[in-house]
Design a protein around this ligand. Structure first.
Ligand code: ADP
Ligand code: MG
Length: 384
């Protein structure tokens, strides 16, 4: 993968692909600025070199058509504020207006082009569209790790037509995630939770041979319980995957020994803590229990490398957040090299204010998952 050190950016017009597909509230305010904040180093690097910085990004799913609700217009003040620059914005990504805006941009200036997914050529990676994008600049830099699992025109196609490199965020993501996959300091543990086992199967399969222990929690542990003939009541399960779950069982898989159950998924529901052998027919498993927390905390405390994705329970409901929060605190206190990712996992660590106590939080979401599954990401492959 080429990096910024491999290309010349001084005085160039740089097309910088970023991932600004950020969560917004109903008034258009950005509620989580992490993905914007993390692009600052690359933008500053390019500005300091006197480059014109032309940002390419997508927002939501307009499916190749102009969608007034998904214009970047509403986000421009918020993004500018986070970046600490006066960012220009133009209501198209290719065409005369875009060209004129780039022309007018001074060296060191920053311009955001319109939502790239307004164009039908983007998601199908149409070479003509990629060529039109490439015509806007001299150099292509990709900092959108969160979109690197998509082979689109702005993440893959355009790289074929211009000198290209990874931005500093992309480089950091690849370095940090590769480090835990390829040469982690042992003992290595993975903690995998979340809702459905179907979404984490490939992740578990890729990590198992690399780790000393893989701790399971959340809804996805239910299917494993079922696969071992334990009753799970009304709990979230994927019965189609029982056979797959049986084949997955290994000494390295550490499973809950007790769970928190309730008859309703509400904050006011009466709870009980039971061994995993004693879940009643009308109950839901909604968190790991205290004995499991104790066991998992010991594993975490003795690890030197930790990979964490997925909450241990339905932590959005406060009574069922203890398992997730205990794991978060244990990871933060462990002193281990810790890498985590996943929307809900990050939200849990943020709620506790512990984000700066872990080693690396991936901005990747789906892309991080694919990377940790051992897959080649097209957006990264295009930067060689
Ligand atoms: P991440 O976004 O961190 O990758 P996932 O999206 O895989 O995590 O899963 C997060 C969701 O899993 C949370 O919304 C949480 O409520 C849900 N979840 C965790 N444990 C359970 C459970 N026992 N039953 C139902 N849902 C659960
Ligand atoms: Mg999620």
């Amino acid at each position: 993968m080429k990096t910024l050190r491999d290309i010349t950016v001084a005085g160039q017009t740089v097309l910088l692909r970023v991932d600004y597909n950020v969560p917004v509230d109903t008034s258009g305010r950005v509620t989580d600025t992490a993905r914007i904040v993390e692009t600052k180093p690359t933008i500053e690097y390019l500005r300091a070199a006197g480059a014109k910085v032309v940002l390419l990004a997508h927002f939501g799913r307009p499916k190749g058509r102009v969608n007034e609700q998904l214009r970047f217009a509403a986000l421009v003040p918020g993004i500018s504020q986070v970046l600490g620059v006066t960012m220009e914005y133009v209501r198209e990504a290719i065409g005369e207006q875009a060209q004129a805006a780039i022309q007018a941009l001074p060296p060191g200036g920053v311009l955001l082009l319109e939502n790239i997914r307004f164009y039908p050529g983007e998601e199908v990676n149409d070479p003509e569209f990629a060529k039109a994008l490439a015509a806007l600049g001299d150099v292509y830099v990709n900092d959108a790790f969160g979109a690197a699992h998509r082979a689109h025109a702005s993440t893959v196609g355009v790289a074929a037509f211009l000198p290209h490199a990874a931005g500093l965020l992309m480089e950091r993501e690849v370095t940090e995630l590769s480090k835990v996959l390829e040469h982690p300091t042992p003992p290595v543990i993975a903690i995998i939770g979340g809702a459905k086992i179907s979404t984490k199967l490939d992740l578990i399969k890729n990590l198992l041979p690399k780790v000393d222990a893989l701790l399971l929690g959340g809804g996805l542990a239910n299917t494993l319980l079922l696969a071992q003939d334990k009753a799970v009541g009304q709990s979230l399960v994927e019965p189609d995957l029982i056979k797959t779950a049986q084949d997955m069982l290994s000494e390295k898989l550490v499973q809950p020994v007790d769970v928190v159950v309730a008859k309703e998924m509400t904050t006011s529901a009466a709870r009980r803590v039971v061994p995993t052998t004693a879940v009643a027919a009308d109950e839901y498993i909604l968190d790991i229990g205290p004995a499991t927390i104790q066991r998992y905390s010991e594993h975490i405390a003795s690890a030197k490398t930790i990979i964490w994705n997925g909450p241990m329970g339905m932590f959005e409901l406060e009574p069922f957040a203890q398992g997730t929060f205990a794991v978060a605190r244990a990871v933060a206190a462990s002193g281990a090299y810790s890498v985590l990712g996943g929307g809900e996992t990050i939200s849990a660590i943020d709620q506790l204010g512990l984000a700066d106590k872990v080693s690396f939080i991936s901005t990747g979401g789906g892309a991080m998952m694919k990377f940790m599954e051992g897959k080649i990401l097209p957006g990264i492959a295009a930067l060689t």
